[in-house]
Design a protein around this ligand. Structure first.
Ligand code: GLA
Length: 402
């Protein structure tokens, strides 16, 4: 009897643990009727990020130099606004748990860096991670979400890239929703860039949580291929393209930061990379050394006709409508009844590629004005079909206006 009583008492003491068990009727954040988008990023965000070129070797002098070069190179005027410091800016947390900047790399602190960026008419982006530590081993935001969001707001941060390293068994949707709520509670407009690499299919739940979500592992400066967690441009394209229907104003499929100008591809391949990102309505976040870029790189990144496709206000992601071996036709509907068309040649020899009015959803007898967005010239009126010879690993990008 005594044993039975002891057992009952133990169960009673244990009861609160049962009371905390997950509620099966809990509404996941994306189904919560009270959750609304933050209203930012009505077109895909454009800017620069330190990671692809500088990795962990980033400091305030480099970022200030890039901010200056964003103006002198014409990048800001072409639409690139966010200057984002990626991983490795962090110092330790203080006794109260407040995050600080690495005192050697960022001796003036992040507030001063934000001021420098804002004084140039640009916006300030920063990086953190939903786990205990970032991918570069710096302190993550897990358990400090509200505190970090308040700190970022006080520093004048406009954009947070939020990574997924060291997250253990965390639920991705809950973790990103928690930071989204913290950013909103900070009272400052902060774009949330979800960097979860696609493993938890953020396109299914993130539209009201963040403004963009990575769909793959990291890009590397190669035309094609996969190396551990890294993907070449063609590989990313094939993974990102089928997700076209999930993108729209305020919530974009992020095909990752650009490699244009980093040296691993030809200029023709970089033009194809840039054109495909614009067709896919991906954020355009340059990842090269803006202060030291060549004229050819600048011309690619500041091609306003291609940027206008990326930034089209309808926000419909383009997609592949035809392929035969390495020859592909892509179409993206634009405002005003126009269509962006991409003829892509993945092959190793020049090839003729044609777009049919069928692909465009146009009646075959309709005339359309055709403009070549890399040659910057009108190439006439066409009806029913338009064909061009496309060089290897290259594109012809057109705007068709019926
Ligand atoms: C991950 C991200 C990259 C970059 C690094 C930084 O790999 O996907 O874009 O932010 O972390 O460590």
């Amino acid at each position: 009897m005594r044993l039975l009583l002891a057992w009952c008492a133990a169960m009673l003491i244990a009861a609160p643990a049962f009371a905390q068990a997950p509620d099966p009727n809990r509404t996941p954040p994306h189904l919560d009727p009270n959750r609304t988008p933050n209203g930012l990023a009505q077109t895909p965000p454009m800017g620069w990020n330190s990671w692809n070129k500088f990795g962990c070797n980033v400091n305030e002098a480099t970022v200030r130099g890039v901010a200056d070069a964003m103006i002198s190179s014409g990048m800001r005027d072409a639409g690139y606004l966010y200057v984002v410091v990626d991983d490795c800016w962090h110092g330790p947390r203080d006794a109260e748990g407040n995050i600080s900047a690495d005192p050697e790399r960022f001796p003036s602190g992040m507030h001063a860096l934000g001021d420098y960026i804002h004084a140039r008419g640009l916006k300030f982006g920063i990086y953190s991670d939903a786990g205990r530590s970032t991918c570069g081993g710096r302190p993550g935001s897990q358990g400090h979400e509200y505190q970090d969001a308040r700190t970022y707001a006080a520093w004048g941060v406009d954009y947070l890239k939020y990574d997924w390293c060291a997250t253990g068994t965390r639920n991705a949707e809950e973790a990103y929703a928690l930071m989204a709520d913290a950013l909103r509670a900070s009272g400052r407009d902060i774009v949330l860039s979800i960097c979860e690499w696609g493993g938890n299919q953020p396109w299914l739940w993130a539209a009201n949580i963040g403004n963009m979500w990575r769909t793959t592992g990291d890009i590397y400066d190669h035309w094609d291929g996969v190396d551990r967690w890294m993907h070449g441009v063609m590989d990313i394209v094939d993974r990102n393209e089928p997700l076209w229907s999930y993108a729209g104003p305020g919530h974009w499929n992020d095909a990752d930061m650009l490699e244009v100008g980093n040296g691993g591809m030809t200029d023709s391949e970089y033009r194809a990379h840039f054109s495909l990102w614009a067709m896919m309505a991906s954020p355009l976040i340059a990842g090269n050394d803006i202060a030291g870029m060549s004229a050819a790189t600048r011309e690619i990144l500041t091609n306003r006709e291609v940027i206008a496709v990326d930034q089209d206000r309808l926000g419909i992601q383009g997609r592949r409508v035809w392929r035969d071996g390495g020859r592909e036709v892509w179409v993206r509907p634009l405002s005003g009844g126009a269509r962006a068309v991409l003829l892509l040649n993945r092959g190793d020899a020049p090839a003729e590629i044609a777009v049919d009015w069928d692909h465009l959803g146009l009646p075959p007898a309709l005339h359309a004005r055709v403009r070549d967005l890399w040659a910057h010239r009108d190439v006439g009126r066409a009806r029913g079909r338009y064909a061009a010879t496309v060089q290897p690993h290259a594109v012809v990008m057109l705007r068709m206006q019926p």
